[in-house]
Design a protein around this ligand. Sequence first.
Ligand SMILES: NC(=O)c1ccc[n+]([C@@H]2O[C@H](COP(=O)([O-])OP(=O)(O)OC[C@H]3O[C@@H](n4cnc5c(N)ncnc54)[C@H](OP(=O)(O)O)[C@@H]3O)[C@@H](O)[C@H]2O)c1
Length: 252
Amino acid sequence: MTKIALITGATAGIGEACAHVFAREGYNLILTGRRNDRLEKLAAHLNDKYNVEVATSSFDVRNRQQVIDNLEGLPAKWKKVNVLVNNAGLSQGLDPIQNGNIDDWETMIDTNIKGLLYVSRVVSNWMIDNGYGHIINLGSIAGKEVYLNGNVYCATKHAVDALNKGMRIDLLSHGIRVTAVHPGAVETEFSEVRFKGDKERAKKVYDGFEPLIAQDIAETIWFVASRPAHVNINDLVIMPTAQATAGNIFRS
Ligand SMILES: NC(=O)c1ccc[n+]([C@@H]2O[C@H](COP(=O)([O-])OP(=O)(O)OC[C@H]3O[C@@H](n4cnc5c(N)ncnc54)[C@H](OP(=O)(O)O)[C@@H]3O)[C@@H](O)[C@H]2O)c1
């Protein structure tokens, strides 16, 4: 039977690259994100190029009811999900804690922690019913270290790190694999979102060194997902060669 991957945040960056890689490998896909036009376009492209089936489901992961209604509303055949890539996430702002924008904090907590939980709550139950599954959580080097002004974003990714460990323990007896992939700097729309559309400032983040690209992470996620069923990669940190720690980038 053709395998199914559900990828959240497939409208850009790492999620979009994962959609390409899993389609290339013959998976049918459920793609989610808020920008439905992008989802529809991507679905048509992947269907055309790889002859795979693609379902799209457009919702905001922060909205618990939308998550439940949209996912549970999918036809039964789509609930045979083999791989869930919990990728939807973002950073907002880069301010010291005393000046932090509280709306930004709420957005990051609601998206990166609560959104990931809402999706996982639904899909882990499908996986338990199916008797198989693999959940791959997008953490970050920000979930392993804390950097200047990274405060709340780092806290949300530390939470993902903890949830990843907790999920693995809770789902152990159901044979469900659980992995976290923690990237360093990847050039996507991430910095543009962090700096609220300020393209100049976003570009400077990647000045003078070669960052990772979304494809690097997607191929890594595919490697993790394609190990034999008895192998689980718990935790994987992947950095650009020019980046040693969150705050140590060698720029020429
Ligand atoms: N880029 C990096 O340097 C880096 C490093 C480490 C970890 N990460 C993590 O990797 C993941 C993907 O980031 P990226 O770099 O690919 O960024 P990106 O290019 O900005 O893509 C983020 C994706 O998340 C989706 N998303 C954001 N908020 C959402 C919401 N409320 N509801 C539904 N979907 C939402 C976006 O879709 P819509 O806007 O269409 O909803 C988009 O598809 C994130 O979890 C991020 O924290 C990134």
